[in-house]
Ligand binder design. Structure first.
Ligand code: GAR
Length: 229
């Protein structure tokens, strides 16, 4: 296993917009010693985010940067870039950050920027993925963690988890079951990165885990299946 040379915990900045249940899953994994990282700051584009409260409660630096204070998307991204960069992060995690980022931000953090999206990408990028999966009559739905590039929800995929769609499901019940999987795969992807095992092979639009190229879906996580590496 390749470790980061200084063996200090990996410096991580988390960006979010709302509830922050995925931030909580990350913090719980750190607390129980499963995640060798240090969350340096939690930043939200919505000052009232519950996720910022969670950060405060955990004694972390919480920063609100309201996108409504900026006229141009690029100006917000440029300010956000400066705030994040000031933390010298090794990894930036979009954990429910509900805002499209421009190349001003994305290009700067390429290869150390990951996003969580609630669908089995490339299906249903963008908004309302749960309803879209129901409307399409899919038998499965799920979530994906991927490196971020300039294409919306389009970067190389690291890991996916799927859940069956049940006859009685609506968008809320489905979202709840998918979210339980998000709480497993996001900390796992972060752990791989922090352990120096994950790399973005940009040319091939794929991801390397322990030097091996993952399939285009990323690693397929199955609850109760073989333990992930
Ligand atoms: C999660 O379901 C995440 O997949 C989704 O926002 C939710 C945040 O939940 N992200 C996106 O839709 C990004 N396109 P949380 O605030 O409880 O972690």
């Amino acid at each position: 296993m390749i470790k980061h040379a200084d063996a200090a915990p990996c410096r991580v900045v988390v960006l979010l917009s709302g509830e922050g249940s995925n931030l909580q899953a990350i913090l719980d994994a750190v607390e129980t010693g499963q995640l060798p990282i240090q969350v340096n700051a939690v930043i939200s584009n919505r000052p009232e985010s519950k996720g910022l409260e969670r950060a405060r409660r955990a004694g972390l630096r919480d920063i609100a940067l309201d996108h409504q204070d900026f006229e141009r998307r690029e100006d917000f991204d440029s300010q956000l870039k400066a705030i994040v960069e000031a933390e010298s992060p090794q990894l930036v995690v979009l954990a429910g950050f509900l805002r499209i980022l421009t190349p001003v931000f994305v290009d700067h953090f390429a290869g150390r920027l990951i996003n969580l999206h609630p669908s089995l990408l490339p299906k249903y990028p963008g908004l309302h993925p749960h309803q879209q999966a129901l409307d399409a009559g899919d038998s499965n739905h799920g979530c994906t963690v991927h490196f971020v590039d300039e294409v919306l929800d389009g970067g190389p995929r690291i890991i996916q988890a799927s859940v069956p769609i049940l006859p009685a499901d609506n968008a809320d019940t489905l979202a709840t079951r998918v979210r339980n999987q998000e709480h497993l795969i996001l900390p796992l992807a972060i752990r791989w990165y922090a352990e120096g095992r994950l790399k973005m092979a940009r040319q091939q639009h794929r991801v390397l885990l322990d030097g091996e190229m993952l399939p285009s879906t990323g690693f397929c996580y199955k609850e109760g299946g073989t333990s992930p590496p």
